[in-house]
Design a protein around this ligand. Structure first.
Ligand SMILES: Nc1ncnc2c1ncn2[C@@H]1O[C@H](COP(=O)(O)OP(=O)(O)O)[C@@H](O)[C@H]1O
Ligand SMILES: [Mg+2]
Length: 302
């Protein structure tokens, strides 16, 4: 099979009539109400110092909704992962503050942060990060076991059934497909009923069918279980599963889309990359094999 170049792919998928989307930076309140589960104010993150300093986040004010799925998009290097890491207490902030579920993450010490991450946050990474020697079930309950907290069997069952892993619970990761492994990772992130699930490119290693399953499940966890999900992705189809898409460029929040569709997201990204003057690939979608329409073009999974 001939694989079209990303450029050909983009041409083929660009709508005939260009979609106009208005990107505006959403206003934020000084102290957000209960509809907001996590927020950042004046968030700055600088890596390194002196000549080689990189301002990865340049004064971000952002709210993440409770029981909402928010996608974070933007060109490669725009600060998506940094924002997620600062929100989740995986990385320190240079200035500004971050609050998650009532805790001022940006002021917490490492020990308290570790407890917060273990007990109140869930994580899904591109690389699954399962423990190879443990079964699916043991991987799912691992965060609770480490925190020495009991497993709510009823909730465990509802999560396992939702991800469709009932008959795979005794399997080790090597005996599972990529999609199944990521569904184990999602179940692991959810089983402790965290305040927020943070997912960084959760479908980055999956084929389109497995991606749809994982994304459908993340969205289901929001709609049916009241979970709050923040997901970084460069895939417009993945982002279209979210209630809201936030766009970053050069470390700044530059706009949002509510009720996004892949076409609207593509149009927004087009406007953004047209507006940025950075050299090099405009988006990660250009840089790798995933077309903006987001079906995987090359054999990245399956
Ligand atoms: N640990 C680090 N040390 C130095 N620079 C970093 C580090 N992590 C990220 N950066 C830089 O910060 C910027 C934002 O990176 P990142 O948040 O990973 O972007 P994205 O996820 O949008 O691709 C980039 O210029 C990147 O090179
Ligand atoms: Mg990243």
């Amino acid at each position: 099979m001939r694989i079209p170049s990303p450029r050909a792919f983009r041409r083929a998928r660009t709508p005939d009539v260009p979609l106009e989307v208005r990107l505006e930076v959403p206003p934020v309140a000084e102290s957000p109400g209960p509809e907001v589960i996590a927020w950042a104010r004046g968030l700055v993150k600088v890596y390194g110092s002196g000549q080689t300093a990189v301002r990865a986040l340049d004064g971000v004010d952002v709210d993440f909704g409770r029981a909402e799925m928010t996608a974070i998009m933007g060109p490669s290097g725009s600060g998506k992962s940094t924002l997620m890491h600062c929100m989740a207490g995986l990385d320190s902030v240079t200035s500004g503050n971050v609050t998650v579920d009532g805790e001022v993450v940006s002021r917490m010490r490492e020990r308290a942060l570790t407890t917060l991450r273990r007990t109140r946050l869930g994580f899904v990474f591109q690389a699954f990060n399962l423990v190879p020697t443990l079964t699916a079930e043991e991987n799912i309950t691992l965060p609770l076991d480490i925190a020495r907290r009991p497993v709510d069997r009823e909730y465990f069952d509802s999560v396992v059934d939702a991800v469709g892993l009932r008959d795979r619970l005794g399997h080790r990761p090597s005996e599972l497909s990529g999609g199944q492994q990521q569904r184990v990772a999602c179940a692991r992130a959810l089983v402790a009923r965290p305040a927020v699930v943070f997912a960084d490119e959760p479908t980055g290693n999956l084929d389109s069918r497995s991606s749809a399953e994982v994304l459908g499940f993340l969205r289901h966890s929001v709609d049916e279980l009241g979970q709050s999900v923040v997901m970084v992705t460069h895939d417009p189809t993945a982002a279209s599963y979210a209630h809201r898409v936030l766009f970053l460029a050069d470390g700044r929040l530059v706009g949002e889309l509510r009720s996004p569709t892949p076409a609207k997201i593509l149009a927004a990204l087009g406007q953004l990359t047209g507006a940025t003057t950075k050299a090099g690939p405009a988006t990660e979608a250009d840089a790798d094999t995933a077309g903006p329409g987001s079906e995987r073009v090359a054999g990245t999974g399956s």
